[in-house]
Ligand binder design. Structure first.
Ligand SMILES: Nc1ncnc2c1ncn2[C@@H]1O[C@H](COP(=O)(O)OP(=O)(O)OP(=O)(O)O)[C@@H](O)[C@H]1O
Length: 585
């Protein structure tokens, strides 16, 4: 229960609803317990009538009175039971909502490293399935526990009052029932977890096959995919059947034990009646109802125990994530003005998950408003520089300063607000093109959106779609070509009008002519803004105020286009190669 203590703050938050729910539960049980007592009364009246102790009229009126009490109490009990569920189950839904938000907020705070160390499926599971299991504890388990406790206390008092000896004999099988249900629930849980695993394997498999359908078709591997699917589905079926086998024991066991208790009541009650220890046969009827009333709540003790164990395990997994401290923290609360003067001073950086030293002793300086182009072979550390400017990771050695302030001494929100970043893989959300562009600036007007799209050279493409800017993009924006996606992503950064623009090889999927136009527009837009362009093309770099060439995490060349084309090295070779490519085209 240690892990579940995390939920106490929520129980405290909803204490009024929970208290009301508990009181309603107790009241509902009291009303529902009218039935057995008045059933006994009916028997007593019938006995008196058959023995001729009361008149026909008295018999009829007493009978009618008892029946009315039973109906009335059942009605009130039923209504109160409805409110009991409303009160307590609703609280569990509120807690589920709060907990999901708490986890989601924590996810948002955690740094990129966390996402690399944990699989998306696991992140999703903790916020859905684990929270679902915890809700079962905060809702149904709590409700049934209050219910069982309330019922048990009241019924036992009534039963002992009616006949202590009969009480003792009839409740003997109940703990056995509870233990059996507990063992069954545990086994059911074990097997249903395996079933769940197989279901998620199946859905991952199908999801991947659908996403990669073009590759599957192009390679003609549909038959093999079907065989793999069938074998996975067959395993999943076997696990389901093994679960159903245990589940099938549940109700027969319940019926057997209820039957045993009923038999005990009838046998022992009958003997007591014969011996004159109980005055009416009605007491036996009353006890039979009590036993039946107790059976389900007692069975739930086992069920609740297993729910609590599952919730504890789930909450433990949730707590593991909630306890993680974000690696990148904002330590500065006051606002910091960022103009875009960036300096790297002997910066080294190693990714902790791969231990790859992506940058080694890198130093450069760009004044506010200047353009820097970064070139270099793949894997040389270009994207890493951009990630470090956005402080997505903290460096191991050296210093990065922006406006002469160390990057970790800047207000993180201000820093990120002042950056417009276009990643290598343009990610678009499943929403309209307009919303995707406005993601960079929610207050932008429609005219701003069009202006940004024009500057990113994508406006003409967008207006060709039937719904123009309102065109919905499917999962990952599949309706757009690679180059269109890149340009929408550029428009998103432009509309933000940030102090620092970071373009990570985001013109790779556009032709050189469009690239030229975009660069020209950027020249205009980026006046007064610091721009860093990562590229594999000399054409993207040639107009930059400074060019650096990286190799294996180190700067191997530095200068401007006109100088670098005359120095033997990577830049010159790339220039000649790309020049010959354009002339042969
Ligand atoms: N998120 C990451 N986790 C671990 N290692 C990484 C990560 N990103 C990059 N690396 C490694 O760091 C090195 C530099 O990568 P980086 O992405 O900065 O190169 P790049 O020059 O931008 O390459 P490309 O031109 O192919 O985009 C590579 O060896 C890469 O494998």
């Amino acid at each position: 229960m240690k892990e579940l203590q995390h939920l106490n703050k929520y129980f405290l938050k909803y204490k009024i609803q929970l208290l009301v729910g508990t009181l309603i539960t107790i009241a509902a049980r009291i009303f529902l317990l009218f039935t057995p007592r008045y059933v006994k009364e009916i028997f007593v009246v019938i006995e008196k009538h058959t023995k001729g102790l009361i008149t026909q009229d008295a018999f009829e009126s007493e009978l009618a009175e008892a029946i009315l009490y039973i109906i009335g109490a059942a009605l009130i009990g039923g209504i109160l039971t409805f409110f009991m569920r409303q009160a307590i189950i609703n609280v569990s839904r509120y807690i589920e909502f709060d907990l999901k938000n708490e986890i989601y907020e924590q996810y948002q705070k955690l740094s990129l490293n966390f996402y690399k160390k944990n699989r998306t499926g696991d992140l999703m599971n903790r916020i859905t399935e684990d929270v679902g299991r915890v809700r079962m504890y905060a809702g149904p388990a709590l409700m049934y526990s209050i219910n069982t406790l309330a019922l048990f206390v009241i019924v036992i008092i009534y039963m002992v009052n009616a006949s202590p000896k009969l009480t003792l004999y009839t409740i003997v099988p109940l703990p056995i029932l509870s233990v059996i249900i507990y063992k069954l629930s545990k086994e059911i849980h074990k097997r249903s977890t395996i079933v769940q695993e197989y279901l998620s394997k199946l859905s991952t498999f199908t999801q991947e096959s659908f996403s990669g359908i073009s590759v599957i078709k192009a390679y003609g591997i549909e038959p093999q995919t079907s065989v793999n699917f069938k074998s996975l589905a067959a395993e999943s079926k076997a696990k389901q059947i093994s679960l159903v086998k245990v589940q099938a024991w549940f109700f027969p066991m319940m019926i057997l034990l209820i039957g045993t208790s009923n038999l005990l009541v009838i046998y022992i009650g009958g003997m007591q009646y014969i011996n004159g220890e109980i005055e009416s046969i009605g007491t036996i009827a009353e006890f039979i109802i009590y036993v039946n009333m107790l059976t389900w709540p007692v069975a739930t003790v086992g069920w609740v125990t297993s729910i609590i164990q599952q919730a504890e395990a789930s909450q433990k997994r949730i707590n593991e994530f909630l306890k993680i401290e974000p690696e990148i923290k904002n330590t500065i609360n006051s606002h910091t003005k960022i103009t875009g003067d960036i300096s790297f001073n002997k910066v080294s950086f190693t990714y902790d998950d791969t231990n790859i030293r992506a940058l080694n002793d890198v130093s450069f300086h760009i004044k506010a408003g200047e353009t820097l182009a970064i070139l270099g072979k793949t894997g040389s550390g270009k994207s890493t520089i951009l990630d470090l400017i956005g402080r997505l990771y903290d460096i191991d050695k050296g210093t990065i300063t922006i406006n002469d302030t160390k990057i970790d001494q800047l207000n993180l929100t201000d820093l990120r607000d002042s950056i417009g970043y276009v990643p290598q893989d343009a990610f678009l959300f499943s929403d309209t093109i307009k919303t995707n562009i406005k993601f960079g600036n929610h207050d932008a007007t429609d005219d701003d959106v069009i202006e940004a799209a024009k500057n990113a050279q994508v406006h003409k493409n967008i207006i060709k779609f039937n719904k123009g800017y309102e065109t919905k993009l499917g999962e990952r924006g599949i309706t757009l070509s690679g180059g269109q996606k890149q340009r929408v992503s550029i428009a998103r950064a432009i509309i933000k009008s940030p102090k620092i623009l970071l373009f990570d090889d985001c013109l790779s999927a556009v032709d050189t002519e469009t690239e030229e136009k975009i660069l020209k527009n950027l020249d205009k837009i980026s006046k007064g803004k610091t721009t860093i362009i990562v590229s594999h093309r000399v054409s993207s770099a040639k107009n930059a105020d400074k060019i650096i060439v990286l190799d294996n995490g180190q700067i191997v060349q530095e200068g401007i286009h006109d100088t670098l084309i005359n120095i033997d090295g990577y830049y010159k070779h790339l220039y000649i190669k790309q020049l010959s490519e354009t002339t042969t085209k």
